[in-house]
Design a binder for this molecule. Structure first.
Ligand SMILES: Cc1cc2nc3c(=O)[nH]c(=O)nc-3n(C[C@H](O)[C@H](O)[C@H](O)COP(=O)(O)OP(=O)(O)OC[C@H]3O[C@@H](n4cnc5c(N)ncnc54)[C@H](O)[C@@H]3O)c2cc1C
Length: 507
């Protein structure tokens, strides 16, 4: 029996993906397997990826990472959602907040009642009915309260983090090494395949060292060292739906307290991010090189920083899409090696987490059963394609007609499942979360409304509630949210009190 078990796991790459995988595998597998990680300082990491989604809290929980200690180490701040500025049209803004909107009644989600009240002029913008969306622009934040009734919006606050990518990798490295992961500095220069089935037998480093493994995890970044360069898995290119193919990133000095949200501002040929950390603010312009030059991007980016730039702007090139297989033979690609969706909804680190979880759920033995591999690939494909569609929604459902870039996005063909989703929502505000898709109904609803997809009607069952009761219900939710937001402390004060970093430095 013992012979079946995977004993030697080799991870190629020490970016966020490599160290997240190493940390999680070490925690879950314990000393039952040998885990080695190879990384090359000469090649370096992508060095961006600083905004997350609430799922990361679960990752930290599984790893038993203390939240406060973690935030101190990574110069972290809290994130209640994303503010989208100028996306629907210049001058417009909305927040995609995490968490709930109002509360459901019977079998209907809150927004169904809100549609009726709003169309009758008896409700305000949907943002006033969600704690996160109302609190974020006011700079308020707190963790869930334990001394309030369980039904209070303050009892269950959904949030994510912003953090310094370099410090995060360093933090996870310490965690993984303490649990037995062996790190080797070096560059993989050769790969040996097994004659019998073409699977990977070993990698060879520039030092001449040979590292054998049963399972290889390719976390080598965009190059996909094993999954593509060795196994020639192939890539589906989605640039025709998500036309941005570059980003220019630059950190700047903080001006004012950190906001508890990421900001995404639509620009002439893409959009600009703003991610507040304790010791600096991360910025970047994600753009399509078909419509704008690097020089033009640099000028706009540098003009729109809060404080002084702390480095020269850096260009990153990418091709949006995914590997045709995430798991091929005895190699699983995780992180940028597996594919890339631009950072509009901060989903890449989530996809790393999800890939690791899926690998653990479908952990193989040395037989590498094809049904296990097929299931992994099917789930991962479904997941990334639904996120892809959510991103396309932001670009496509716009009224912007001021540049060739936006004209392209507004008029392009979109995937059929997304067309169905939009059509059903336009008809009667209905949305159904498919199986294991990442984003919940509240995310889709906020972005569809924010991009001005206004439902023509609401669910017929809403009319079973008398109008007076409906208006009181909807108005009552708004009052409760306002009262709760009032009671929340400022984000900056919360950080200063609980999780201010002591050593403000990036590796
Ligand atoms: C512009 C931009 C913005 C982003 N923003 C966000 C965000 O806000 N939120 C989010 O969730 N994600 C974001 N991402 C994605 C996020 O940065 C990545 O998912 C994350 O950093 C993981 O990267 P990685 O570890 O897969 O690759 P990398 O960081 O590129 O690491 C690759 C590793 O492989 C090693 N390596 C490569 N070749 C070899 C070799 N031959 N031998 C040995 N080692 C080798 C390198 O040394 C390195 O350690 C963003 C990405 C981009 C491009």
């Amino acid at each position: 029996m013992g012979d079946r078990h995977i004993r030697d796991i080799v991870i190629i790459g020490g970016g966020t993906a490599g160290w997240m995988a190493a940390a999680a595998l070490a925690k879950v597998l314990g000393r039952g397997a040998s885990i080695r990680l190879v990384e090359s300082e000469a090649i370096g990491t992508v060095g961006v990826g600083e905004a997350t989604v609430p799922h990361l809290k679960l990752f930290n929980k599984v790893l038993e990472i203390d939240e406060i200690e973690f935030l101190k180490q990574v110069q972290g701040t809290f994130k209640l959602g994303i503010e989208f500025v100028d996306w629907r049209r210049p001058g417009d803004r909305y927040v995609h907040g995490f968490g709930t909107i109002g509360h459901d009644y019977g079998m209907l989600p809150f927004h169904q009642f809100w549609i009726k009240a709003f169309n009758a002029g008896n409700a305000t913008d949907i943002g006033a009915y969600s704690l996160n969306t109302a609190a974020a622009p006011l700079g308020k934040f707190m963790a869930s309260a334990t001394d309030v009734p369980p039904a209070s919006p303050l009892a269950n606050i959904a949030y994510a983090y912003h953090f310094d990518a370099g410090l995060y990798a360093r933090f996870l490295r310490g965690y993984a090494e303490a649990r037995g992961v062996r790190r080797t500095e070096g560059k993989v220069v050769n790969t040996l395949l097994r004659d019998v089935d073409g699977s990977i037998e070993a990698v060879v480093l520039d030092s001449g060292e040979r590292i054998d493994g049963d399972l290889f995890i390719d976390c080598s970044g965009f190059r996909g060292l094993l999954i593509e360069q060795v196994l020639h898995t192939g890539y589906d290119d989605w640039t025709h739906w998500l036309p941005c193919d570059r980003a220019m990133a630059v950190p700047c000095e903080n001006v004012g307290p950190p906001t508890p949200y990421t900001r995404s501002t639509a620009r002439a040929s893409g959009w600009q991010w703003r991610i507040p950390l304790q010791h600096r603010t991360g910025n970047g312009y994600v753009y399509s090189s078909r419509y704008i030059s690097d020089d033009e991007v640099a000028a706009v980016l540098l003009k729109n920083l809060d404080g002084h730039a702390m480095a020269d702007p850096r260009v990153l090139k990418f091709t949006t899409g995914r590997r045709k297989k995430f798991w091929n033979k005895n190699c699983v690609a995780i992180g940028l090696a597996s594919g890339f969706l631009e950072p509009l909804e901060s989903t890449s680190i989530f996809l790393i987490q999800s890939g690791i979880t899926r690998l653990l759920n479908l952990f193989p033995d040395k037989g590498f059963s094809p049904v296990v591999i097929d299931r992994y690939n099917a789930q991962a494909t479904f997941e990334i394609e639904r996120i892809r569609d959510f991103l396309i929604l932001h670009y496509h459902a716009t009224e912007r007609n001021d540049t060739p870039f936006w004209n392209y996005c507004r008029t392009m063909d979109i995937p059929a499942p997304l067309e169905d989703t939009i059509g059903l929502f336009e008809d009667s505000g209905r949305f159904f979360r498919n199986a294991e898709e990442m984003f919940a109904i509240t995310s889709w609803v906020q972005v569809m409304l924010g991009q001005h997809i206004q439902p023509r009607n609401y669910h017929p069952l809403v009319d079973r509630m008398p109008d007076k009761q409906l208006n009181e219900f909807v108005g009552g939710v708004k009052n409760v949210i306002a009262t709760c937001v009032d009671a929340m402390p400022m984000h900056a004060a919360f950080i200063a009190r609980h999780c201010a970093a002591t050593a403000p430095q990036t590796p």
